[in-house]
Design a protein around this ligand. Structure first.
Ligand SMILES: [Cu+2]
Length: 207
């Protein structure tokens, strides 16, 4: 009986020790992951302001290869949701239809595509090969409009309602920070990204 208790205590002590070591390793890994990249954030102003939502802030050229991801763009309430989606070349976008009517999705930009008509609940997929902005249109509903921004790298952000953007986990280095907008322009900016730090930049978009 005594032996069993002692063994059990020893086992518990061992388990507790393992948990402490595990937690220490996790903290270390989290610390390294955090310190490896920097953040670029700031705010965009647009004149006229009605075009502000159609804005993506992005790093022009970040050397590296990026694991392909799958994102989605929905059609709901006769709208493309999100209105602007930022992906990376090589990523696949699933086009969904959560409306009660059929939609068609096509883009006249770059290599272009047309999925034809697809019914509620159906999905079409497309893998983007080359960077650029692809306007999303529906031949059945001419009022429908969306944009897919395809970057060379994943370091891009669609601005929020206030024009704020945050690009995280950027490898340290000096880059060209650029803005895409459906109608407006602003000059590129040179930014230097430092591990574990946030670089602030702002843009003023005009015609
Ligand atoms: Cu439609």
């Amino acid at each position: 009986m005594r032996t069993i208790t002692r063994l059990r205590k020893a086992h518990l002590g061992f388990a507790a020790g393992k948990a402490v070591v595990g937690a220490a390793v996790l903290t270390l890994v989290a610390g390294v992951a955090h310190a490896a990249g920097g953040t670029v954030s700031g705010r965009v102003e647009a004149m006229p302001a009605k075009f502000l939502e159609e804005t993506v802030v992005y790093l022009k050229n970040v050397p590296g290869s990026y694991a392909p991801k799958t994102e989605s763009m929905d059609q709901k309430g006769m709208k493309f949701i999100p209105h602007v989606l930022a992906v990376t070349a090589g990523d696949t976008v699933n086009f969904l239809n959560h409306d009660t009517v059929a939609h068609n999705v096509f883009s006249p930009d770059h290599e272009g595509y047309n999925f034809g008509t697809f019914k509620p609940g159906e999905t079409r997929s497309y893998t983007f090969k080359s960077p650029g902005v692809y306007t999303q249109l529906c031949s059945i509903h001419p009022e429908m409009l969306g944009f897919i921004f395809v970057g060379q790298n994943p370091f891009a952000a669609v601005v929020d309602r206030e024009g704020r953007f945050t690009i995280k986990n950027v490898p340290p280095g000096t880059y060209e920070l650029a803005v895409w907008n459906s109608h407006l322009k602003a000059p590129d900016k040179k930014v230097t990204v430092t591990a574990g730090k946030t670089t602030e930049e702002s843009f003023s978009l005009h015609r």
